[in-house]
Design a protein around this ligand. Structure first.
Ligand code: GLN
Length: 235
């Protein structure tokens, strides 16, 4: 299973790297061999990728990778349309929308995989966050952003916030879904604490490559414990 990590040099904070390790380790437990491919600006874009994953970054990191992101955007869009599972967190989630307008008024054009727009806010939204999601049950993570994201009409969010803020201060949605792409503000990192999302990404990748997904039974007691602790912490 070939896991492509987008921009680990500039977009990789608050434990996002843990998502990649978790994805690779869990895929191995399900019986797959894995390869992690780092992609940074101006690298050669690899062929034959099974899962795409990317993290968050400062506004400055987003500026650094923006031009390159546009260069690879046609490929990413085609892959998304072809059902390649992807997870993008925070800064890359914002740039997978149409645009991110920073507090200073700089407009960072996104690549429009999500029908969503983000504007920089004056307040930072920081702390533990809990969602109810239709597909993955309760999802637990940690948010730290000032960007406020608004989804276009009819765009499905990842879930409904029960603790914390999520996409913005006006509605209780968090994250976005399109094809098999998940965008979310949840760092922390997300996947070790939420194995159902990890299995979703691995499952979609396996079905595309092998036609089916036959998961092993994995003991998730530690993940369960981590979720309980994080969810019970004050914001
Ligand atoms: N710079 C963006 C914001 O603050 C993204 C932050 C992040 O990726 N954590 O909204």
């Amino acid at each position: 299973m070939r896991i492509l990590q987008l921009y680990p040099r500039d977009m990789n904070i608050y434990g996002d790297w843990g998502n990649v390790l978790s994805l690779s380790r869990r895929a191995q437990k399900h019986g797959y061999t894995t390869e992690i491919i780092d992609y940074n600006p101006e690298d050669e874009f690899p062929e034959d990728v099974d899962i795409v994953i990317g993290g968050g970054g400062q506004d400055s990191g987003q500026s650094v990778i923006q031009e390159d992101l546009h260069a690879i955007a046609p490929r990413l869009r085609r892959m998304a349309e072809n059902g390649v599972p992807m997870l993008v967190i925070c800064g890359l989630y914002q740039l997978f929308g149409h645009e991110f307008t920073t507090v200073d008024g700089e407009v960072l054009e996104g690549i429009g995989i999500f029908d969503a727009r983000t504007v920089g806010g004056k307040q930072r939204l920081i702390g533990n966050i809990v969602l109810d999601t239709p597909e993955f049950g309760q999802v637990v993570g940690y948010e730290n952003h000032s960007g406020l994201t608004y989804l276009g009409q009819g765009v499905q969010s990842l879930g409904t916030v029960t603790l914390g803020e999520g996409n913005n201060l006006d509605d209780d949605g968090e994250g976005a879904r399109a094809h098999h792409v998940i965008g979310s503000y949840l760092h922390g990192s997300l996947l070790p604490k939420n194995p159902r999302i990890t299995d979703y990404l691995i499952g979609e990748a396996a079905r595309r490559r092998c036609g089916s997904f036959d998961p092993e039974t994995i003991d998730d007691a530690l993940a369960e414990r981590a979720r309980e602790v994080a969810a019970s912490r004050p914001r």
